[in-house]
Design a protein around this ligand. Structure first.
Ligand code: ATP
Ligand code: MG
Length: 220
């Protein structure tokens, strides 16, 4: 399935004179969960934004299956191949849980008649029972909202999952549950899962831990 490569990747924010990332080289493979760890300000979210195609490299390249992002339609990439889960979940507050999950499929042209049963199945798979499918996010716990966000991320079948502090708002039990869910996605469904986290204990569950150090991924 999908493989994401960073090649001599360097990034500096405009109007600043310091690189945030310098000469990062790494290949992320499908079927594995990677945890990127590092202190605040070390460039973790910046790296994730580059991998999501939301920022462009200052130098170097990001490649999906050997194809440079420069040659890809990045809107299409984010609709079909890659998905991002943010710390604050970014669920639509005026859509129910099931509508949140069905929405990306509808954007991709799938009819509600087809997308709603798929959304229900995805919610069941992340442990959200049918009695909660029609609740609004505000009426779900933080852990449940995060699982809805994961179900939504899975709805388009994207091979690459990027998650920025996916359990940042959650207590320990829920954090572990979210991490287990992401691990299962990597292992049982052959997704490439890349998680940014402050939490070293959670990170230790990953297949590979990659500390951000000196503006690059060490261990890499
Ligand atoms: N839009 C921006 N313009 C200029 N500098 C920025 C911008 N966004 C982030 N930075 C700087 O880039 C560096 C890396 O930021 P980044 O958000 O990637 O860190 P992080 O590792 O995700 O931190 P945290 O753990 O606090 O989320 C920091 O020094 C930050 O101040
Ligand atoms: Mg960050």
């Amino acid at each position: 399935m999908a493989e994401l490569t960073l090649k001599n990747l360097t990034f500096r924010y405009k109007n600043t004179n310091q690189d945030v990332l310098s000469n990062v080289n790494f290949t992320f493979e499908s079927g594995r969960l990677y945890a990127i760890v590092g202190p605040s300000g070390s460039g973790k979210s910046t790296l994730l934004s580059l991998m999501a195609g939301l920022l462009s490299p200052t130098e170097g390249d990001v490649l999906l299956d050997d194809q440079s992002y420069k040659s890809l339609n990045l809107d299409q990439l984010r609709r079909e191949k890659l998905t991002v889960i943010f710390q604050a979940f970014h669920l639509f507050p005026l859509l129910t849980a099931i509508e949140n999950v069905s929405f990306p499929m509808e954007i991709n042209g799938i009819s509600p008649a087809e997308s709603m049963p798929k959304a229900a199945k995805l919610l069941e798979e992340v442990g959200i029972g049918s009695e909660k499918h029609r609740r609004y996010p505000a009426n779900l716990s933080g852990g449940e909202q995060q699982r809805v966000a994961i179900a939504r991320a899975l709805s388009t079948g994207a091979g690459i999952l990027l998650a920025d502090e996916p359990s940042g708002n959650l207590d320990e039990a829920n954090s572990v549950q979210v991490m287990e869910l992401l691990l299962e996605l990597a292992h049982a469904r052959n997704r490439c899962v890349i998680v940014v986290t402050h939490d070293l204990e959670l990170a230790a569950r990953a297949d590979q831990v990659l500390p951000m150090k000196d503006k690059t991924l060490s261990n890499a």
